[in-house]
Design a protein around this ligand. Structure first.
Ligand SMILES: [Zn+2]
Length: 163
């Protein structure tokens, strides 16, 4: 959800250039990953401790649950973005949605990597893992929710100050 909102927040700074808006949203993902780490656990993600780059995603019931979670999260992110940024036209709304998509795309590309294990997904995956903060708060629900709410508030303030 935070990634969708951050993407929308970045995209709305480029109201007349959807390509720049999308790229800004895409990049916002990595900035956010570098400062905050609180993801829901993916049930179908199989980690490989000896070779972290060699994870996989197992298709099945758990995968369906994961996808549903991500989809709901994405929708919630769009609804919140629209509420927070109050677009004045359909065009502005679509920029926000484009931004939310761009903000979440890097995580979707991880699926692509796990399944295909080819370039350019491989390099992107390496970069993605590298930039992720090592500070894990995954297991602290309250701390996680508070920190995410705080980060969303900061993102909204910055985005509104800039444009
Ligand atoms: Zn990420």
């Amino acid at each position: 959800m935070t990634h969708a909102i951050a993407g929308a927040a970045a995209a709305r700074l480029f109201p007349s250039n959807p390509v720049a808006a999308f790229i800004a949203a895409f990049l916002s993902h990595f900035v956010l990953d570098a400062i905050s780490h609180w993801n829901y656990k993916l049930l179908s993600h199989k980690k490989n401790p000896s070779d972290p780059l060699n994870g996989d995603m197992i298709f099945g019931k758990k995968f369906i649950i994961d996808i549903s979670k991500i989809f709901l999260d994405f929708i919630a992110g769009i609804v919140l973005s629209i509420w927070l940024f109050n677009p004045q036209s359909d065009y502005q709304t679509s920029i926000l949605i484009l931004g939310a998509l761009g903000g979440m795309l890097p995580d979707a590309l991880q699926f692509a990597y796990w399944k295909l294990k080819i370039e350019p997904f491989r390099s992107l995956q390496k970069f993605h893992r590298w930039i992720h903060t090592k500070y894990e708060i995954e297991n602290h629900l309250v701390l996680g929710v508070i920190s995410q709410a705080l980060i969303i508030a900061i993102i909204v303030v910055i985005s509104r100050l800039l444009g």
